[in-house]
Ligand binder design. Structure first.
Ligand SMILES: *Cc1c(COP(=O)(O)O)cnc(C)c1O
Length: 494
């Protein structure tokens, strides 16, 4: 299987193998890599997958896309990535929360959020890609984080062969828990440094390093090159296709649905990566009917699906579902390409970068609306869903997940379509304990992680996940702080 750029409009687009696409991340024309065809999944294939454990399902599905990878190595990598020790609650369990709503819990990994599903395997795919392409230099992953991605990347890349990682976080821009998670990080190839300023200062610092040719030269002389852990990399997207197929298999195994029955899927969406992976599963042949794209107050996607106009020139809201506080949903580009072709994609992306707005052709929007429905929940609605879901369904869910549940209920109310629905649950409620406590009517008068976790445990009569409670007792390994202008010096000093 080969990959092409979403913006390559030439008659015969440049094709690369998966290893190359994963090593590069972004195509040279700044488009995203997409497979030239989507492999198909028959009912027999799905039945065969039903009999397998998650890591073997992952290996089977990934090998359909990563045809240049050695399948034995892929199975070894999947087995390590999704082992019980890393995902003690199972890699992606499905929990019925009533009314044929199934919560697909993607947060049983080392950082208690769904980024682990991709970031536990992606570093291994990159490490293999470096070997397969004969790369002699080491990759040095640079991340600027507003909290969660940094920790998930650190956990994913720790002690991976041929790769080092440095994470920068804004000194005053992360929660106490997030800071503790990062500064206590274990692993021989990791570095963590606070940066004076806010997230944008840290982010701009990283971007400046990526854009600096002299620094790239200097790095090569020292035997490495800079690389990113960005969510537009195909190596992060492909592993996310797996859990939709896995969820379908689990529903069949548990006799909640019969093989061939249609399901709906509802996904709390920021960058459009997670939901797009579900769409690929549908395109492969998984019986998914409608997909509900759920947004918080930053409802740029809801508006796009409804009107055809994508307009990022709007007020940016900080919400209690911060991982969806996004105005540029990068992976939407892949959907435009798949349904509208490279010409349309290139045109829309150019308008987005020049004018901050584009309107997709109506024919393309019709295709999108055959599957996608856009709904959003504001802060007040989300808080109510957190409380109702706990009181009425006995299910404690995080704010991101509740944006999705609330959106699904609106969709059902509007359309009357009550097809069994898989809702992607993207974070442990304990990751957002303070907002969850407030929503449940028990404000916490402290910023101490231990106090906050304890309060939620008492209020909900549930137990906080071990990776979060363990953090409270781990030794701090990193205390460095630097100015944004000194970030490159920091890397070279290590
Ligand atoms: C990243 C993230 C999302 C959004 O996923 P996208 O792939 O960016 O759409 C939703 N919820 C949580 C908890 C996340 O970390």
């Amino acid at each position: 299987m080969k990959y092409v750029s979403t913006r390559d409009t030439s008659a015969s687009p440049v094709e690369v193998f998966a290893a190359e696409a994963i090593k590069k991340g972004l195509a040279p024309d700044r488009g995203l890599y997409m497979p030239t065809s989507i492999p198909s999944l028959t009912e027999e294939n799905i039945s065969a997958l039903c009999a397998l454990h998650y890591e073997m399902r992952a290996c089977e599905i990934l090998s359909m896309f990563l045809t240049d990878y050695d399948k034995e190595k892929l199975l070894a990598d999947c087995t390590e990535a999704y082992s019980d020790s890393r995902f003690p609650g199972g890699a992606a369990p499905v929990v019925h929360i009533g009314d044929e709503i199934y919560s697909l819990e993607l947060w049983h990994g080392p950082t208690c959020a769904f980024k682990d599903m991709a970031l536990q395997i992606m570093p291994r795919l990159l490490s293999s890609a470096l070997k397969m392409t004969g790369e002699e230099k080491k990759a040095h992953i640079l991340v600027a984080t507003s909290g969660d991605t940094g920790k998930a990347a650190l956990e994913g890349y720790r002690d991976i062969d041929g790769i080092d990682i440095t994470v920068f976080f804004p000194v005053d821009g992360v929660s106490t828990m997030q800071k503790m998670q990062m500064t206590t990080q274990e692993g021989e190839n990791v570095n963590v440094c606070a940066v004076y300023g806010n997230f944008d200062d840290a982010q701009n610092g990283v971007k400046a390093i990526f854009a600096d040719n002299a620094l790239a030269e200097k790095a090569l002389e020292r035997g490495f090159f800079f690389s990113s852990a960005n969510s537009i990399n195909w190596g992060r997207l492909a592993p996310q296709i797996v859990y939709y197929i896995s969820a379908y298999c689990d529903l069949v195994n548990e006799k909640k649905i019969a093989m061939g029955d249609k399901i709906n899927v509802c996904v709390p969406t920021g960058n459009f990566g997670n939901i797009f992976a579900g769409y690929i599963a549908k395109t492969m042949g998984l019986p998914i009917d409608k997909m509900i794209c759920a947004s918080n107050a930053n409802c740029v996607l809801t508006e796009f699906i409804r009107t055809g106009t994508y307009d990022r020139r709007r007020t940016f809201y900080k919400t209690m579902s911060p991982s969806m506080d996004i105005l540029i949903s990068s992976n939407l580009e892949r959907l435009l390409y798949l349904l509208g072709g490279a010409e349309t994609t290139k045109d829309c992306m150019q308008k987005l970068s020049e004018d901050g707005v584009y309107t997709a052709p109506e024919a393309l929007m019709e295709k999108i609306r055959e599957t996608f429905y856009g709904y959003s929940c504001n802060e007040e609605e989300t808080a109510k869903v957190i409380a109702d879901t706990f009181k009425d369904r006995g299910y404690l869910a995080d704010p991101h997940t509740c944006v999705a549940i609330g959106s699904l209920l609106k969709y059902r109310n509007d359309t009357g379509d009550c097809t069994p629905c898989v809702v992607a649950s993207t974070a442990s409620p304990y990751k957002f304990s303070k907002d969850v406590c407030i929503s449940l009517g028990t404000p916490v008068d402290s910023d101490e992680p231990a106090v906050i976790l304890d309060t939620l445990e008492k209020v909900s009569a549930t137990v906080a996940p071990a990776p979060l409670t363990d953090t409270l007792t781990k030794a701090v390994r990193f205390t460095d702080v630097c100015d944004p202008a000194d970030m490159a010096d920091y890397i070279f000093s290590k």
